[in-house]
Design a protein. Structure first.
Ligand SMILES: [Mg+2]
Length: 405
């Protein structure tokens, strides 16, 4: 079997404010979601072969930029046997030596291509990707949803979800208290501070201590992961499980989080980490340190979601998978069939390969616009977001506003 072509499919996945993913950053919303000002795009990749088998992948880390990288790398795959996944991964990686090697753009491009190669191998052998990764440890994957209000958390609970995550910095302690009151003690709660660069370790520690009574399953990105010594300071000060990893690419990028045991939960982004080839290695590294895996998936499209389900089906240390329920009404229209969700769990698919494909005509209905800066005036002085780049730190009182004395 030989690779005959690589095609890319770039689309805008909902306008800013139109999706649950970007609503957190809508101007005037008073929220501090990491997605503020972003226009979400998804990038899908197809690899064609002379055997008539086509593989599908997704690399939605920074999609409009990654698409260019995919096209640059594609020439290296033409004429190759798609079943030599590890060799081709190394070929694509070494080809980037002169361009910085690591990072979410280069690794993002490899992510989509690698995912498509696993899909091809599964289809060629007539078996699901999880079977290639070692076989099933479980046949359903526990999901967690996003909730910023007690009502949303209760609606997820009513649908069978057993875990929800709240996000942001402003008013978070009060928000989590209200959600815990509403859902009761048996539901797992998580908090994502989104690691903003203006949140100091001292502030993150104070927030972590204030959140401790609510029995969090984990506190995510308490500080920007760019400075792991600051992360370690938070780690040493809190008796809370910590999670991070969504901004890292490749096993070498995530290695210090694991080797220094800075996290209890590693959260690789399935759309930019480096593909299933890297994710399975990361899972093994994490397993050796008793760290569980909960892939970052909130901004990603449905193909990456399927890839995450296959990974979590096959590794022993799977914690759960992020899923933004009510993400975008058109989400399921761009694929042939959505994942089957039952009682807060995704059923592990049994079709050969990844078991998902895009509807190319449906994808074409949503042309890409841009990745950042869609909402006019959002970065102007005087807006609620100016602390992101003008002020040196967040107003500390805002983190605790609404909290009980
Ligand atoms: Mg996060």
């Amino acid at each position: 079997m030989k690779i005959t072509g690589v095609r890319t499919f770039l689309m805008q996945a909902g306008s800013p404010g139109e999706t649950a993913w970007s609503a957190a950053g809508r101007p005037g919303s008073g929220k501090t979601g990491a997605s503020f000002g972003s226009s979400r795009n998804w990038l899908f990749v197809k690899i064609d072969t002379d055997a008539g088998i086509t593989g599908i992948g997704e690399c939605s880390g920074w999609p409009r930029v990654v698409e260019t990288a995919v096209k640059d790398l594609a020439v290296l795959l033409i004429g190759e046997d798609p079943q030599d996944i590890e060799r081709l991964w190394q070929k694509l990686y070494v080809a980037q030596m002169g361009h910085g090697l690591t990072g979410v753009v280069g690794a993002g491009a490899i992510t989509g291509l690698d995912m498509a190669l696993w899909d091809i191998k599964g289809k060629a052998l007539g078996t699901p990707v999880w079977n290639l990764l070692g076989g099933r440890v479980r046949d359903r994957i526990r999901l967690y949803g996003h909730a910023s209000t007690p009502a949303k958390a209760l609606s997820l609970k009513a649908r069978g979800y057993t875990a929800v995550k709240a996000g942001g910095v402003a008013g978070t302690v009060a928000k989590v208290a209200a959600i815990r009151d509403a859902v009761g003690a048996e539901m797992d709660l998580m908090v994502d501070l989104h690691g903003p660069p203006w949140l100091t370790p001292a502030d993150a520690i104070a927030m972590g201590r204030a959140l401790a009574p609510f029995n969090l399953l984990f506190l995510e990105d308490p500080v920007a992961p760019d400075n792991l010594d600051a992360f370690a300071r938070v780690r040493d000060a809190l008796d809370l499980p910590l999670a991070a990893g969504e901004r890292f690419a490749t096993i070498w990028g995530a290695r210090p989080l694991i080797e220094r045991e800075l996290v209890d939960v590693i959260q690789p982004d399935t759309g930019r980490f480096g593909g299933l080839s890297q994710l399975r290695k990361l899972a093994a590294m994490a397993e050796a340190h008793h760290i569980t895996v909960a892939p970052h998936s909130g901004s990603l499209g449905p193909v990456a979601e399927f890839a995450a389900i296959h990974l979590l089906a096959a590794i022993p240390n799977a914690l759960m998978l992020e899923r933004v329920e009510d993400d975008w009404p058109e989400r399921d229209t761009v694929i042939t069939a959505p994942p089957v969700i039952e009682a807060g769990h995704a059923l592990v698919p049994t079709a050969p390969g990844l078991g998902v494909d895009i509807d190319e005509a449906a994808v074409a209905r949503f042309p890409s616009r841009r990745n950042v800066g869609d909402a006019a005036g959002q970065y102007e002085p005087g807006t609620e977001r100016e602390h992101l780049y003008v002020q040196t730190r967040f107003r500390r009182s805002r983190a605790f506003e609404g909290s009980k004395p």
